[in-house]
Ligand binder design. Structure first.
Ligand code: PFF
Length: 450
């Protein structure tokens, strides 16, 4: 994708663009991380802050990345260089490489768990187990040494293979079919969850905000997760947008991807929180939340055996369409800066990221004593990338489009040279110039210093 010597590729269809960008955005962030951090930070109030971050910061930053990528016609670093010459703006792309590296290290570990759960579902491991015992199965998996690492390695190999082969004819084609199926499964799970006894407690937890529970840390995490979930702040959407046809309407595309991503997160929340209360799981149970609550739900529904298999298979696919977009950022950098061919770059990046992921996996077992500022290695990678690097990257991207690129370039790009109306431009410019940078800076400084 990022090979500059070859004529630039582009997405064939409108649906292809949405599938690729939404495929990157929709992943473990929506179904694994969103419910678990919403649980940790107390529910409704966190959700409100998250939605505000999505609307006021996430959506404009996504459009900003689209503008940079399609106008620059290059990867995350190259696009800044193309648009801003020799100035230092491209360094935000370099920071993006670091984020990508860290995120994929722990993302591969969680994706490995989903693969393991496909097999556990196939072999009916959860049949007849109590909620506590189901929790024990999860605890047993993540704290063991070799099994999660083996799955993580397998997942990373799959990711590497797809990135080498190119995504257009492979994963993208399947994602277009599989993503809608995931949506349907989630809807079915939602219906089962909200008809469980005591479901209203879970829905209240999710939708009735109690702002007294809101901490500074929660606000920083909501902001960080908005970036993580929408795949923003590290150049993924810049890279993808460089393949979007000049004729496409960028504003509408950004809106569609943002809505799809948020809807899936909400549907996951609705599937999980009623079950949390119905089965007596702690909402703040942490990374195991989805892996503990949903097998309980599957036990309680007709055809649950098949739904379980299908759900975890599709979750693995959703993870894969995201992980390839993360790996692509690193591979593009390696192949250009180090002049490796694409295959070498992919192997190098995949191996390095997998190696860093191994201690992340072990930090839930034999390496749990290794704590950095009170966090284990897994949580440290997550915290630094999502809560620090992505918002910082988003701030720079926002300022770049608002102040450096300027109104005329923005207008020309979002209207495709006058083809589309874009009455929202003044609002977009206020958001990127002032609102997003100031909001990110405030949340960020509070979160880091406070
Ligand atoms: N957005 C993905 C998810 O929610 O699972 C994760 C991700 C992908 C983060 C790509 C960042 C990124 F650039």
């Amino acid at each position: 994708m990022a090979n500059n010597q070859q004529p630039r590729d582009s997405f064939g269809t409108k649906l292809g663009i949405i599938a690729a960008a939404a495929g990157s955005a929709i992943g473990l962030g929506n179904i694994w991380k969103f419910p678990y951090i919403t649980g940790v930070f107390g529910g409704g109030a966190f959700l409100v802050v998250y939605l505000i971050c999505i609307a006021l910061i996430g959506l404009p930053v996504m459009l900003a990345e689209f503008i940079i990528g399609r106008r620059g016609q290059k990867n995350a670093i190259g696009s800044f260089k193309a648009l801003a010459g020799d100035s230092k703006w491209y360094l935000s792309g370099t920071m993006g490489i670091a984020s990508a590296f860290m995120i994929l290290s722990f993302y591969g570990v969680v994706a490995g768990w989903t693969l393991d759960y496909v097999i556990k579902s196939l072999t009916n491991t959860f049949a007849g187990l109590s909620p506590d015992e189901i929790g024990g199965v999860f605890g047993g998996l993540v704290s063991s040494t070799w099994t999660p690492i083996a799955w993580q390695i397998l997942f990373m190999i799959l990711t590497g293979f797809i990135v080498v082969a190119g995504i257009k004819d492979g994963i993208e084609k399947y994602a277009k079919i599989l993503m809608p199926i995931l949506l349907v499964i989630l809807l079915i799970l939602d219906i089962r969850a909200i008809t469980l006894p005591g479901a209203s407690k879970g829905l209240n937890f999710l939708f009735k905000p109690d702002f007294s529970k809101l901490s500074v840390e929660a606000v920083l995490s909501a902001l960080g997760h908005a970036f993580f979930s929408l795949s923003l702040g590290m150049g993924t959407m810049i890279t993808y947008a460089s393949y979007i046809n000049k004729k496409e309407n960028l504003g509408i595309t950004a809106l569609q991807v943002t809505i799809a991503d948020t809807a899936i997160a909400l549907l996951a929340g609705v599937a999980i929180f009623p079950a949390v209360f119905a089965f007596g799981v702690e909402p703040s149970a942490g990374p195991g939340l989805v892996f503990i609550t949903l097998p309980n739900v599957f036990q309680q529904m007709p055809g649950g055996y098949f739904f379980g298999i299908l759900f975890f298979s599709l979750l693995s696919v959703a993870a894969l369409t995201s992980s390839i977009s993360i790996l692509e950022v690193v591979v593009a950098y390696f192949s250009e800066e180090l002049d490796f061919d694409r295959k070498k770059a992919t192997i190098l990046a995949t191996v390095a990221i997998t190696i860093v992921g191994i201690p992340a996996s072990l930090s839930m077992g034999i390496m749990s004593d290794l704590q950095i500022f009170g966090l284990n290695f897994f949580d440290t990678l997550d915290y630094i990338s999502a809560n620090i690097l992505l918002p910082l990257g988003g701030l720079i991207i926002s300022v770049f489009v608002g102040w450096r690129l300027g109104r005329n370039n923005v207008r020309d790009e979002v209207t495709s040279g006058g083809k589309y109306k874009a009455g929202y431009i003044p609002v977009f410019l206020i958001l990127t110039k002032v609102v997003a940078p100031i909001a990110i800076a405030i949340v960020f400084l509070n979160g880091i210093l406070g």
